[in-house]
Design a protein around this ligand. Structure first.
Ligand SMILES: Nc1nc2c(ncn2[C@@H]2O[C@H](COP(=O)(O)OP(=O)(O)OP(=O)(O)O)[C@@H](O)[C@H]2O)c(=O)[nH]1
Ligand SMILES: [Mg+2]
Length: 304
C-alpha cells in the first residue's frame, strides 16, 4: 500500500479510507506501519469521552434501526461518526449486509452524509483475529479524524462478544419480553453492559422486560447500568438514549470481564500472527512437539 494512499485516507478521501481499511482487514498493512507513514500518534486524552461504542444484542432486536437513529442525531450535532458493522460468520449469505444497507438511511441525508461513514466487515472472510482487526480499524478511523466509532455486532458467539469487548463502551440491546428470560444473560453479555436498551417499546412486553432487567441488575454486584426504553420505529426515547449514550461513563463493573476478553483476543492474535505458526502446526501434526511447547513458542512472547 502506498504512503500516498494512506495520507489521502487520513486527509478525508473516502476511497482511500476504504482501501486502507481493507488493507488492515487483509493484513496487507499494519496499524504500526500506518502510524509510521503518517507520523501521527494518537494522544490519549485522559478522562475524555469514549471513542468507540459497541451496540450488541440478539439478531433482529433492532440494532441497525437504532444505530440509524443515533447516527442521524449525533452527526446532526456536528460529530463525525463511523459505523463498523460486523457481519457474523453465519450462513445467511449476505443477508446482514443487505439488511444494513437498507436500514442505515442516515447516510442518504444530504446535510449529514459527509459526517457518516459506514463499513461492513465480513468475519468469515478474515484470516486474522477479527476483534483485533476491528480494534485496529477503530484506531485508524480515530486517527483519520472520526470522532466516534460505533461497532454493530450480534451478541452471540465468542468472536462477536470479543468484538464488543474491545470497544470503550458496550450497549446491549434487547427486545420485549418473550417469556424466556433475558436473552443477553445467556450469552454472558449483561455483565459487559455499560447500558442496556430495550428496543421496540411500541410492542407489548418491552416495559415488563425493562423492569425484569432492572431487577436482575439490583441482585448483582456493583452499580447497575442504565436501562433505557426506545422505539427505533416511532422514535420514542431516541433523544434521551442519544444523549445518555453520548455521555455514557464506563460502568466499572464490567471492567474485569472486558479485560479478560481483550487479553484472550490479544493472545489469539499472537498465535495467529506468529511467523512460526505454520512450522508449529507441522511439528504438532508430526507429533514432534507438544501443545504446551508450541504455545510457549507462539504465545509466550511478542513475535515482531
Ligand atoms: N416494532 C418495532 N420494530 C422494530 C423496531 N426497531 C427495529 N424494528 C424491526 O425489527 C427488525 C430488525 O431490525 P434490525 O435493525 O435489522 O435489527 P438488528 O438487530 O440490526 O438485526 P441483525 O443485524 O440481523 O442482528 C426490522 O424488521 C425492523 O423494522 C422498533 O423499535 N419497533
Ligand atoms: Mg443489524
Amino acid at each position: 500500500m502506498s504512503d500516498q494512499l494512506i495520507k489521502a485516507a487520513i486527509n478525508g478521501n473516502r476511497r482511500s479510507l476504504a482501501r486502507t481499511l481493507t488493507g488492515l482487514e487483509n493484513g496487507q498493512i499494519t496499524l504500526g506501519q500506518i502510524k509510521q507513514i503518517t507520523d501521527i500518534s494518537i494522544t490519549s486524552k485522559g478522562n475524555e469521552n469514549w471513542r468507540s461504542i459497541a451496540i450488541t444484542g440478539a439478531p433482529g432486536v433492532g440494532k441497525s434501526c437504532l444505530i440509524d437513529k443515533l447516527l442521524a442525531t449525533w452527526a446532526g450535532s456536528g460529530l463525525k461518526i463511523a459505523l463498523l458493522a460486523i457481519d457474523p460468520s453465519s450462513p445467511r449469505t449476505g443477508g446482514a449486509l443487505l439488511g444494513d444497507r437498507v436500514r442505515i438511511t442516515a447516510i442518504d441525508l444530504d446535510d449529514i452524509k459527509e459526517s457518516i461513514y459506514v463499513r461492513s466487515i465480513a468475519t468469515r472472510k478474515s484470516s486474522g483475529s477479527v476483534p483485533l482487526i476491528v480494534s485496529d480499524m477503530i484506531e485508524f478511523l480515530v486517527l483519520a479524524g472520526w470522532d466516534r466509532v460505533i461497532i454493530e455486532t450480534v451478541g452471540s458467539g465468542q468472536a462477536e462478544v470479543r468484538c464488543a469487548a474491545i470497544a470503550d463502551r458496550i450497549v446491549v440491546v434487547e427486545g420485549p419480553a418473550r417469556g424466556d428470560g433475558v436473552q443477553a444473560e445467556k450469552a454472558g453479555l449483561l455483565e459487559l453492559a455499560d447500558a442496556v436498551i430495550v428496543n421496540k417499546s411500541d410492542l407489548d412486553g418491552a416495559e415488563k422486560h425493562a423492569e425484569e432487567l432492572i431487577e436482575s441488575f439490583h441482585l448483582g454486584l456493583g452499580d447497575a447500568p442504565p436501562v433505557l426504553l426506545t422505539s427505533a420505529l416511532d422514535g420514542d426515547g431516541i433523544a434521551a438514549a442519544s444523549s445518555t449514550l453520548l455521555e455514557l461513563k464506563d460502568s466499572g463493573r464490567s471492567n474485569r470481564a472486558r479485560w479478560r476478553e481483550r487479553l484472550l483476543a490479544q493472545h489469539e492474535r499472537r498465535i495467529l500472527e506468529s511467523d512460526k505458526l505454520e512450522e508449529m502446526l507441522v511439528s504438532l501434526a508430526a507429533g514432534s512437539i507438544s501443545i504446551t511447547e508450541a504455545l510457549d513458542i507462539l504465545g509466550g512472547r511478542k513475535n515482531e
